[in-house]
Design a protein around this ligand. Sequence first.
Ligand code: KG4
Ligand code: ZN
Length: 470
Amino acid sequence: MQIRKATKKDVEVIFNIANLAFKNNPLSFLKIAEQLSTDSVEFFLFESEGFVSLKNTADFSDVLDIAVIPEFQNKGIGSKLLQFIGNKNLILEVRKSNLNAIELYKKAGFKIISTRKNYYSNPIEDALIMERKKNITILAFESSADETSVAVVKNGNEVLANVVATQINSHQRFGGIVPEVASRHHLEWINTVLDEALKKANITDPAKQIDAVAATFGPGLVGSLLVGLMAGKTFAQIYDLPFIGVNHLSGHISAANFNMPIEYPALSLMVSGGHTELVLMEKENDFQIIGETLDDAAGEAFDKIGRVMGLKYPAGKEIQELAKLGENNIDFPIAHTEGEMDFSFSGLKSAVINYLYKAEQQKTEINKNDVLASFQSAVVNALIQKTKIAVSEYDVKQIILAGGVAANQLLRTEIEKLATEYNLNFNLVPLNYTGDNAAMIGAAAYLEYKSGNFSDLSLDTKPNLDFHLI
Ligand code: KG4
Ligand code: ZN
């Protein structure tokens, strides 16, 4: 091993390196000896050629000195030492003019966070304060409906693995999810999916490489939720890791961080198979429902109309494709709701069914693709109309589009237009993360982790969980 932790016996070696490396301001022998006998200070030695010293506190470590004797400089020793320190919150000061050192720190993952005026003497100069944050790696489980998924997510926005096993085929012949069948599938798949995710993310020592375990605890089907939740809690217990229960809906929204950082205050249009909500987020981990569906969810409307038209479950994607072949030439209604930001899709569903029924009665030929294009437009128009009211009433910086229906191309285009019209940022969940997946649960869990919101291992499923209950 080229790098090792120094002991009191190394005082002379360190003194020599410091003397040669810091010609202008060498460290005194006494100072080094004193630091070496302080519990909170650590030195790491690279042979007898370089060292780094750290002062550790509970939350972060201050890099006190990093030194390499001149003839061994530019050989990557400094980088190796900084890498060896490992995954910690680190902070350091550097002379503003020391461009080589600044470059070395940047390469090692440090970022400039502030300047301290006249911090150094001999000569007087400003210090740049640089920081390298500890990476937080979360193992996440999702099993609320018909997807068994396990993911490994770094810092809430970098997906190291996201394995999704879908059971859609098993439910198709019933035209919807059969709860009993779903939970059985989750049980069958969870271990395989977990193994694959750990393998993909190169996790060989979970206790060391993972910082927390997260699982969806609601909303969803109780038998399905139980599988992922139990798996997550068990994993946390085995490896003695903190556990975080995650709301599936905040998971959907947090997946926007895979596109770009969520900027607050933000408004999220959350459209999935079970939920349709306008969620105002004034700050991180703060969710207020300002509008919601009074009956069917948007995805549910797509699936129900799909069923009536003889399409497979779930029908959203196929409707989108068929709609491209048709024209929006039938005037389906947009429901008027008492709460101006609420939604209702049951009237639209009846209107489509009536239209089909009438045509059948009158034996008039209809163009199915036109019906689907017109239906899709009606859903999207309703969603956009209410979102517009929300952005004119609330001062937000960003519009987020999340949930399974956020995959809809027409909806994506219209949200983009709306955002441009109101001069807002639009943050669309990337297409591969709109449907149910565990990466989004990892993204949401990271925000909880940062706020110190951990769950007890006695946490139970909450099938009806909503933002109202947070
Ligand atoms: O979020 P999600 O995967 O599951 C729930 O949490 O509900 O959403 C699934 C819903 C289904 O209703 C499906 O038909 C709909 O999202 N969906 C779409 C599209 N892709 C999926 N709806 C419209 N257009 C799409 N391209
Ligand atoms: Zn979902």
